[in-house]
Design a protein around this ligand. Structure first.
Ligand code: B12
Ligand code: SF4
Ligand code: SF4
Length: 231
C-alpha cells in the first residue's frame, strides 16, 4: 500500500470523519513554505451535544467540555501522524487544534487556518456562518491540520459556497456577527463575519460557560448534513 493510503487508513482507524490532502505551498507564510502539503481532517461532534445548544440560552457546559475533549483528541491524532511522517524521514508539524497567535495584537488568528486546509483538501466549503461545512455532517466537525514536506496526490479543492439561498445561521446569530455573504476561495473573513462581535458576545453572554470561549448557535442551526442525527 502506498504511504498516502497508509496515512488515510491510520487516520480513519483513529476515528476521523474525513481526510483531505491539500496543496498549500502558495498559501503558507515564508517560514513554512517548504512544508508544502497539508493533511486536513475533520472530527465529528456529538449530535446530541450540538443539538442541545439553545438558540435563546446559548451553549451548555457539556458543549464546552466536548469542545475541550475534541481539541485534545485532534492534537493527539496530529501528533501521531507527525511521528509517523518523521519516521519516514519527512518534516512535519501539527497546527494546534485551537490556538490564537497574538503577534500583531489580538486579531483573532491562528498560526495557519484549518478551514483553508480543509477547503483545499476538498473536505467542505465556508458557509455563511464562516464555518467549514461538509456534505456529510454539515458544520458539526472540528478540524485538524498537519503540515509536511511529503508530496501527495492532492485532492480537488472546493472553491465556492454550497449554501444556496439558505441563511438560517445569519438569522440565528445572537451577536449579529454574520453578514450573509456567499463564500468563494480567497474571500476576506470580514466580508463574512465580524470576529470581534462574535468573540465579545461569547465573552459577555457565556462567561459562566467555558470562560466565554464557545457559542456554536450557527453550527446548531445549519440544516446541512442530512444523515446527521438531529432533534
Ligand atoms: C481565532 C479563532 C476564532 C475567533 C475568530 C473566528 C474567525 N472566523 O476567524 C473567534 C474567537 C471569534 C472564534 C469563534 C468561533 N470558533 Co474559532 N477558531 C479560531 C482559530 C484558533 C483561528 C482562526 C483564524 O485563523 N481565523 C482567521 C480567518 C481569516 O480564517 P478562517 O476563520 O479559517 O476563515 C477563512 C480562511 O479559512 C479562508 N479560506 C478558506 N478556504 C480558502 C482557500 C483559499 C485559496 C484562500 C486564499 C483562503 C481560504 O477563508 C475563510 C474566510 O475568510 C481556529 C483554529 C485554526 N487554527 O484555524 C478556530 C476555529 C476556526 N474555531 C472553530 C469554532 C467551531 C468556533 C466557534 C463555533 C466557537 C465554538 N467552538 O463554539 C465560533 C464560530 C465563529 C465563526 N463563525 O467563525 C473551529 C471551526 C470548525 C468549523 N467547522 O469550521 C476551528 C477551526 C477550531 C477547530 N480546530 O476546529 N474562533
Ligand atoms: S459562534 Fe455564536 S456569536 Fe459567533 S458567529 Fe456563531 S452564532 Fe454568532
Ligand atoms: S445554516 Fe445555511 S447558510 Fe448557514 S452555513 Fe448552513 S447551509 Fe450555509
Amino acid at each position: 500500500m502506498n504511504k498516502q493510503l497508509q496515512l488515510k487508513e491510520k487516520l480513519m482507524d483513529l476515528g476521523v470523519a474525513d481526510v483531505g490532502y491539500a496543496q498549500l505551498e502558495d498559501l503558507l507564510p515564508a517560514e513554512f513554505k517548504h512544508l508544502k502539503s497539508g493533511i486536513s481532517f475533520g472530527i465529528r461532534l456529538s449530535d446530541q451535544v450540538v443539538s442541545d445548544i439553545d438558540i435563546e440560552d446559548g451553549p451548555t457546559p457539556t458543549y464546552f467540555h466536548h469542545y475541550r475533549t475534541v481539541n485534545t483528541f485532534i492534537d493527539q491524532i496530529s501528533y501521531q501522524i507527525t511521528n509517523q511522517l518523521q519516521q519516514w524521514g519527512h518534516l512535519a508539524m501539527a497546527i494546534p487544534a485551537s490556538q490564537s497567535i497574538n503577534n500583531t495584537g489580538w486579531n483573532y488568528r491562528g498560526l495557519f487556518q484549518h478551514r483553508t486546509a480543509a477547503t483545499r483538501g476538498g473536505i467542505g466549503w465556508i458557509g455563511k456562518s464562516g464555518c467549514l461545512v461538509t456534505e456529510a455532517f454539515g458544520p458539526r466537525v472540528r478540524l485538524g491540520t498537519i503540515l509536511t514536506d511529503m508530496e501527495f496526490q492532492y485532492d480537488e479543492p472546493i472553491i465556492s459556497s454550497r449554501c444556496g439561498e439558505c441563511n438560517l445561521c445569519v438569522k440565528a446569530c445572537p451577536a449579529e456577527a454574520l453578514k450573509g455573504a456567499s463564500w468563494s476561495a480567497g474571500m476576506e473573513r470580514e466580508k463574512i463575519l465580524d470576529p470581534q462581535l462574535c468573540s465579545e458576545h461569547m465573552k459577555k453572554q457565556y462567561k459562566h460557560i467555558g470562560r466565554g470561549a464557545v457559542c456554536g448557535i450557527c453550527i446548531k442551526t445549519c440544516p446541512k448534513g442530512n444523515q446527521v442525527l438531529k432533534r
